[in-house]
Design a protein around this ligand. Structure first.
Ligand code: HEM
Length: 508
């Protein structure tokens, strides 16, 4: 009996200690924390629970947007974390600033794929000096000359998309999941460029296992982030979800093994094909092999991750909003069809001057930031300033892509698809508040390639087909969730050919 009383006493004492420590932390966060002067909801300032709740539930970008609309351009979204949404904050946090230390990536980026093998990649490396070295080598694969050389490979896969859409729907009027088709095309393009072979995903009913595992693992970003925010609870979660976590770890390992195999195959193939590896291997040899094959496999995997979902998301969103707005669709079709008499004339160079096409792409990326997650950065040693606010070192800051581009403070009628806003100056639209590729040293390396894919794919599809919605028509924002990347609605269409591309008769 006395043992029971003693045990109950100690459990009670422990519970009291935990409660006192929670109460202390909450009071400190609310009233004494260096960020306590910033506006925001009290529950988000008190603990990480609110932030993790939004992230795990997929509503984080919309929640942060609501907060910016309520509290203004800076909001405290977690105890040590501020969200910004002004054009200036993009420049201050991500851009190069003379005489200022850079805001480096936060711990969020730790523990990605290949981390267990002790290797960092271009996306996950946080040290600016090491990252700079990586980026200098990899940039050879993304130069204008390289892009020109790679266009043939890209065009081949875009043509395959047009062919697949033709085969699936041109004659039968069948409904086509065009969103999925864009996704598979984007994976095939980057697979081909990064590993020297496509994933054969386009037109294939079962997605390549690499794609499936990769997309599955990416959506676990919210869980990984939550575990970092609650290290004590993480132990319990790891134990409760041990079989699920083991499955994910196993999937990641299999993907890494597959990437290593693919890369080794590409390296051993002495070929003149112009893909990413052509230039990277050339320069790696010149630069005394400072990058191992394992690191190259990690970079190649990152290229696929960074370059596929982003591009296909823009294509899907553009198609949705064009179908929703027939007058905009008609204007774009007219621009494309009156510019190109022949399908084969559609290329990166020839689509660059199409002003309306460019504006449609920019507007789609504004309405639906292809990388919706607020990219977290640390205030540097000694402190730093963002948007005129002096901040103590170690705090986490970001510009919310969705919060910036859908706030009426930056764009008039933010939920209306208006490509025109990119063609005529208006004081109501702060165009620089939309930065889909981010900025500065960690800005997108594949921006020009992404543009090539977006412009040529849309031009080729709209040159060939008229299109209409097939059921069910999604509510684009309403049906979207964010788990690091978008979990976006399916997009089904019916197509009617208006012109015949040269390869179609051969293919049928
Ligand atoms: C519309 C298409 C695209 C968009 C909107 C986009 C957007 C972005 C953004 C916002 C970042 C910064 C990520 C961060 O800070 O964590 C990024 C980084 C990156 N992107 Fe893209 N991206 C696109 C297409 C591509 C393509 C086609 C590639 C080709 C492989 C690519 C390769 C990369 C790489 C390698 C990085 C890391 C750069 C670094 O840290 O030095 N992206 N991208």
């Amino acid at each position: 009996m006395s043992r029971l009383i003693t045990a109950t006493f100690f459990v009670g004492l422990l519970a009291l200690k935990v409660i006192i420590s929670w109460v202390y932390t909450i009071i400190y966060n609310l009233y004494f924390h260096p960020l306590s002067r910033f506006p925001g909801p009290k529950h988000a300032a008190a603990s990480h629970i609110a932030y993790s709740w939004w992230f795990l539930g997929g509503s984080q970008p919309y929640k942060v947007l609501d907060l910016h609309r309520k509290y203004g351009p800076v909001v405290r979204v977690a105890p040590n974390e501020l969200s910004f949404n002004s054009a200036q904050s993009w420049k201050d946090i991500y851009g190069f600033r003379q005489g200022h230390k850079p805001f480096v990536k936060s711990e969020f980026y730790d523990g990605g794929s290949f981390a267990a093998r002790g290797v960092h990649s271009i996306v996950s490396e946080r040290d600016p000096a090491v990252h700079g070295q990586m980026r200098r080598l990899l940039a050879h694969a993304f130069s204008n000359t390289s892009l020109l050389e790679q266009e043939e490979l890209v065009a081949k896969t875009v043509d395959r998309l047009v062919q697949v859409v033709w085969e699936q729907g041109a004659n039968s009027g069948a409904s086509i999941n065009i969103g999925k088709a864009y996704e598979m095309m984007a994976f095939d393009i980057i697979g081909d460029l990064a590993f020297g072979e496509t994933f054969q995903a386009l037109g294939n009913k079962n997605p390549h296992p690499w794609i499936e595992i990769t997309l599955g693992a990416l959506t676990q970003g919210a869980l990984a982030d939550t575990m970092k925010r609650f290290p004590g609870m993480a132990k319990v979660v790891k134990w409760v979800l041990s079989s699920k976590i083991a499955e994910l770890t196993d999937g990641t390992k299999r993907n890494e093994d597959m990437a290593i195999d693919l890369l080794n195959r590409r390296i051993s193939r002495r070929t003149r094909r112009r893909d990413f590896m052509t230039r990277i291997l050339e320069h790696r040899d010149l630069e005394k092999k400072q990058t191992s094959d394992l690191e190259l496999a990690a970079h190649a995997s990152d290229f696929v991750l960074a370059g596929s979902e982003t591009t296909s998301t823009v294509l899907a969103c553009m198609t949705f909003y064009l179908l929703k707005n027939p007058h905009i669709m008609a204007q774009l079709q007219n621009e494309i069809r009156s510019t190109f008499d022949e399908y084969s004339a559609i290329s990166d160079i020839s689509t660059r001057p199409l002003r309306y096409l460019n504006a449609v792409c920019l507007e789609a990326m504004r309405m639906y930031a292809p990388l919706p997650f607020s990219l977290p950065r640390l205030v540097p040693e000694g402190g730093g300033s963002v948007d005129g606010h002096l901040l103590p070192e170690g705090m986490v800051v970001s510009t919310s892509p969705v919060g910036a581009s859908l706030d009426p403070a930056n764009f008039s009628e933010p939920f209306t698809f208006k490509p025109k806003r990119w063609l005529t100056e208006s004081p109501k639209d702060v165009l620089e508040a939309s930065q889909p590729f981010s900025l500065g040293a960690r800005g997108c390396l594949g921006k020009s390639l992404g543009w090539m894919e977006m412009r040529t794919t849309l031009a080729k599809i709209l040159w060939t087909f008229d299109m209409e919605f097939a059921d069910p028509v999604p509510d684009w924002h309403g049906d979207s969730r964010m788990y690091t990347l978008w979990s976006k609605p399916q997009l089904h269409v019916r197509v009617k050919p208006v012109r015949t591309p040269p390869f179609v008769s051969k293919a049928r």
